[in-house]
Write a protein that binds this ligand. Structure first.
Ligand code: SF4
Length: 181
């Protein structure tokens, strides 16, 4: 199986999730958010194809990482490849973060996405909305996006946010607008 990447794996990142992480920059995104920081990753033909096996080998050869982050682009356009990588990382006790422009609620409706969610620890979901952009937010770009604790959300059958990354103002807005399922 192959995966289309926008760039080589990046190890030792401290800005793409908690701890020290290896980031997998996938190529391809259909959300086309206004103000996207990475529009060169939108095309589904640019970038380059790599064997998932090679990515897994690379991950195994990098030491001192807390986990991996699937980013892009939107990794969920390559759900099968991401599933293989995420499964392998969980077997190696690496935690898995994933960024997507889709909403968690949308992913629950599709069995393939649901299978992948079982191997993801934290999902940062939703499109980037320029009018809600804030530099004060941790691990996300706009206030509508959510840093979701996936295992607990699946267990409790409602969205559980990672509490330490909830901005207080944002939390009150979200409570009022009932984004929780
Ligand atoms: S989902 Fe992310 S990569 Fe895709 S257009 Fe929006 S901000 Fe850009």
């Amino acid at each position: 199986m192959k995966i289309r990447l926008a760039a080589p794996l990046q190890s030792d990142s401290i800005v793409d999730g908690e701890g020290i992480r290896t980031v997998i920059w996938t190529q391809g995104c259909g959300h086309h958010c206004k103000g996207c920081h990475n529009p060169e990753t939108w095309s589904f033909e640019d970038g380059y194809l790599v064997d998932v096996k090679y990515i897994i080998e690379e991950i195994d050869n990098i030491s001192g990482q807390d986990g991996i982050t699937l980013s892009g682009g939107d990794p969920l356009y390559q759900v099968d490849a991401c599933l293989e990588i995420a499964k392998h990382c969980k077997e190696r006790n690496l935690n898995v973060w994933c960024y997507t422009g889709f909403l968690f609620e949308e992913l629950l409706k599709d069995d393939k996405y649901l299978e992948l969610l079982k191997y993801i620890d934290v999902l940062v979901d939703g499109p980037f909305i320029l009018s809600q952009r804030s530099l004060d937010l941790k691990f996300k770009g706009s206030e509508n996006q959510r840093v979701i604790d996936v295992p607990n959300s699946l267990k409790e059958e409602k969205i559980v946010l990672v509490s330490k990354y909830i901005d207080k103002k944002e939390y009150n807005i979200k409570k009022k607008t009932s984004v929780y399922i």
